[in-house]
Design a protein around this ligand. Structure first.
Ligand code: AP5
Length: 222
């Protein structure tokens, strides 16, 4: 029988490095990256109905209503590519009701990765973050400056990346994290995210290879 592709959730506080690690995971493992933050930002940019409903919440650093985000994710997970390539869910679930919606539908990951980074580092990472609107690539003014002047000139700052909003996003994260982590306690892998991005990726990569091997053994048995 054919091997089932990997299903991965990655979580962590704002600016813990989820998006950065996802870029590298996708390159190596070919999973379908589903980032609720990215999906919502493109809905806002497109001026869609979903985008208009989400915009105020996002710009003020609050969570978008559960139903709106959950429907968006379930729709995305139901497409064919996720069944062939597997999925990498980034930034979802982010509240207890969101996690419960997936549990009810029996949608579970093979592994739940939690990136752990101290608060002071998070604030510095958010305030220094820049995005390339053309490639979607994530930069940081000190840690990962752009490669060329041309890229530098077009970089943008997210409206929710001010110090004040980061602090409130962090607070909201802390209010929700316990309930989510307890839903996936059997699948939880904590990773120290306060290291260089390549070292972190090395650890995530060997973890995923190991999970993949275990899945292959399971399919051989059945
Ligand atoms: P979302 O886009 O998910 O924001 P977030 O969770 O706050 O996460 P970030 O994108 O800020 O950070 P990241 O962990 O991806 O870090 P990154 O790799 O960029 O959500 C935005 C908003 O959308 C929410 O506030 C909410 O309103 C809404 N939303 C989204 N999902 C929702 C949901 N499920 N329910 C309800 N609402 C939802 O890295 C950060 C910076 O650090 C970068 O500059 C990077 O270059 C740098 N960096 C990364 N790794 C390292 C490293 N190892 N060392 C040094 N610097 C590093």
């Amino acid at each position: 029988s054919q091997n089932e592709p990997l299903k991965v959730m990655i979580s962590g506080a704002p600016a813990s490095g989820k998006g950065t690690q996802c870029e590298m995971i996708v390159q190596k493992f070919g999973l379908v990256h589903i980032s609720t933050g990215d999906l919502l930002r493109s809905e806002v940019a497109a001026g869609s109905e979903i985008g208009n409903q989400a915009k105020e919440f996002m710009n003020s650093g609050r969570l978008v209503p559960d139903e709106l985000v959950t429907n968006m994710v379930i729709e995305r997970l139901s497409r064919d590519d996720t069944k062939q390539k597997g999925w990498l869910l980034d930034g979802f679930p982010r509240s207890f009701p969101q996690a419960q919606s997936l549990e009810k539908m029996k949608i579970r990951p093979d592994v739940f990765i939690a990136l752990d980074v101290p608060d002071e580092t998070l604030i510095d990472r958010c305030v220094g973050r820049r995005l390339d609107p053309e490639t979607g690539k994530i930069y940081h003014i000190k840690n990962f400056p752009p490669e060329t002047e041309e890229i530098k000139a077009r970089l943008i700052t997210r409206p929710d990346d001010t110090e004040e909003k980061v602090k409130s996003r962090l607070q909201i994260y802390k209010q929700n994290v316990e309930a989510i982590v307890s839903t996936y306690s059997d699948l939880l892998k904590k990773i120290d995210g306060n290291r260089s991005k390549d070292v972190i990726f090395g650890e995530i990569s060997s973890l995923l290879l190991q999970v993949q091997k275990e899945k292959e053994k399971e399919t051989e048995k059945s």
